[in-house]
Design a binder for this molecule. Structure first.
Ligand code: GLU
Length: 292
């Protein structure tokens, strides 16, 4: 147990006693965040509209264990999903009133721009290019790009330089794709891949030599498929995860940033981690919110 975990244990337990409700052993979260009781918002704001509607539509991944994985119930589970419940709860919206929509890497900006979702919480890296068309609250987590191969690492890949001349799988519209295309052009990227889980069979069959994306996504696949895959080398980028929202909605962005900071303080962020990604990964420090 890290020192942060032990020092926070008391406050997490206290928060749990006050705000968390048990969830019936379905493999999902053990803890649900607080749902605000009739919160008041300035008329005309997105917060007021969503609170009045009593529902919110959130885009997330459906094929990424630990962060967003569709459960037998049809709803996704994972750390991103729990972050969504924290934001919805601050709007007075209960978890069962959230509409979850699957987003893949390439459709996150369009779904926000077209209003198909209110938020995207989907292992979504904050960067300047994306900020030209959407806005981001957060970050609420910092990942990094890494490489996954079949167990035993038969091709001896230890870093992105070793991908030269090899077929590599990652998704269209992702930062890992862009990074490999721009900085490691001798790697051959498999075209037209929508979701990371589409890379697993080609990796098993040897049609691709590696899957590269964020370390936490890869860790989820290693955990989900015992004995099949391993991570190699170190992370070689920084991927701060943000909550995507419509560009220009500054009041909503401030509200989400406030909500994230409160979740860092009251233990709900840590409880969200521990009930999901924390089953496999160490509990990190929450990153500072960037109110750009
Ligand atoms: N975080 C990276 C991105 O937003 C890779 C993970 C993903 O595609 O969801 O592009």
């Amino acid at each position: 147990m890290t020192s942060r975990r032990s020092t926070l244990a008391v406050s997490v337990v206290a928060a749990a006693a006050l705000t968390l409700t048990a969830c019936g052993g379905d493999g999902g979260s053990d803890a649900e965040p607080t749902v605000a009781d009739s919160p008041e918002f300035e008329a005309g704001t997105t917060m007021a509209e969503l609170a009045e509607a009593g529902t919110i539509t959130i885009g997330t991944k459906f094929d990424q264990p630990l962060f967003g994985l569709q459960a037998p119930s049809g709803d996704p589970e994972g750390f991103d999903v729990e972050i969504g419940k924290i934001v919805a709860g601050a709007l007075g919206i209960a978890p069962e009133d959230i509409t979850w929509v699957e987003t893949v890497s390439a459709n996150r900006e369009p779904f926000l721009q077209e209003g198909q979702v209110d938020l995207v919480i989907a292992t979504y890296t904050i960067n300047d290019e994306r900020k030209e068309v959407v806005d981001f609250a957060g970050p609420y987590y910092e990942a990094g790009q890494q490489i996954m191969v079949v167990e035993g690492n038969p091709e001896g890949i230890e870093g992105p330089e070793d991908l030269a001349g090899k077929v590599v799988c990652t998704t269209d519209g992702s930062t890992p794709y862009q990074n490999i295309a721009e900085n490691y052009p001798e790697a051959e990227l498999l075209p037209g891949v929508a979701a990371y889980s589409d890379c697993l069979d080609p990796l098993r069959s040897g049609d691709v030599a590696a899957l590269t994306t964020d370390n936490v996504i890869l860790s989820g696949y290693v955990d989900q498929n015992p004995g099949e895959f391993e991570l190699v080398g170190e992370q070689f980028t920084e991927e701060p995860y943000g909550i995507g929202l419509e560009k220009g909605d500054d009041a909503f962005r401030d509200f989400i940033n406030d909500t994230l900071e409160e979740s860092y303080e009251d233990g709900t962020w840590e409880a969200a981690w521990e009930s999901t990604a924390g089953s496999v990964l160490e509990t990190p420090e929450p990153p500072a919110v960037d109110r750009y």
